[in-house]
Design a protein around this ligand. Structure first.
Ligand code: NI
Length: 263
């Protein structure tokens, strides 16, 4: 399959200046409808829950509590059909156009913001979740499977923040049982840019760009499939201190640990 999306020089320059980019169309509406069916099945089946691949990003993740922001890591593991498709071919082309021909793809996840109760994803930098000893040059390609609007929780970015280092973060509500991280500093919403986009469009952001999504106040689930891509990480001679990851004790980690011990 050949890519059908080509970035203009202006789009590439915009990304490098601002740390994000929005595209109205990454794939066809037919493919989006198919992806949505697969996606809904995975959340309905609670795919990956037992081994810690599915968990509540914004809550304490108890078994009997409805998740405010369920996430599935590596959904392809549970739906191998998602390994193929125009969305993936185009995402790879976009990633290479932004980061160069050595870029590779990897690290998918799915974040569902349930209708009416879906909570916000606090302002953060993605790299704050990762290895403090490895510097990344990577992007996330965020694909909504229905229109993404201000009402249902579209992406917001703070332009230019990809040029900053990883800033201090804390667990949401300062609760180490919650997976989601929030950046310490107050973000001025006046300077932030919202990116409402059609179903099957995408936003692309750098791993250090500050970003946020609002709560879902609509009557429709807000589904987003996120594809990662980037250059090989560089191991730092002097690692940073991501202390906020060291105190985390999530139910998800417990499930991952139990599953690996039972293997
Ligand atoms: Ni993020």
């Amino acid at each position: 399959m050949k890519p059908t999306v080509t970035l203009t020089a202006e789009q590439v320059a915009f990304f490098h200046e601002n740390g994000f980019l929005a595209l109205d169309s990454l794939t066809t509406q037919e493919e989006v409808a198919w992806m949505r069916d697969v996606y809904d099945r995975l959340f309905l089946e609670r795919a990956g829950r037992e081994v810690g691949d599915q968990f509540d990003l914004a809550g304490t993740d108890e078994e009997d509590k409805e998740a405010a922001l369920p996430q599935i890591l590596n959904p392809v593991k549970y739906a191998p059909e998602l390994a193929e498709g125009l969305f993936r071919v185009n995402a790879f082309a976009v990633c290479r156009a932004l980061l160069g021909p050595e870029a590779t793809m990897g690290g998918d996840h799915a974040i569902l913001k349930p209708a009416r109760i879906g909570s916000e994803t606090p302002w953060h930098q993605d790299e704050a979740y990762w290895d403090e000893a490895v510097l990344h040059e990577s992007v996330s390609i965020w694909i909504p499977l229905q229109e993404a609007t201000l009402e249902n929780g579209c992406m917001w970015f703070l332009p230019g923040t990809h040029k900053l280092p990883v800033k201090p973060h804390h667990s949401l509500n300062n609760d180490p049982r919650i997976h989601a991280l929030e950046i310490e500093e107050e973000v001025d919403m006046e300077k932030a840019v919202a990116c409402p986009i059609p179903a099957g469009g995408c936003t692309i952001h750098h791993c250090r760009t500050y970003h946020y999504t609002g709560p879902n106040k609509s009557e429709v689930n807000r589904r987003a499939l996120i594809l990662g891509g980037g250059l090989a990480g560089v191991t730092l001679e002097t690692p940073r201190d991501f202390y906020w990851n060291k105190t985390k004790t999530t139910a998800r980690d417990e499930r991952t640990k139990a599953a690996s011990e039972n293997r």
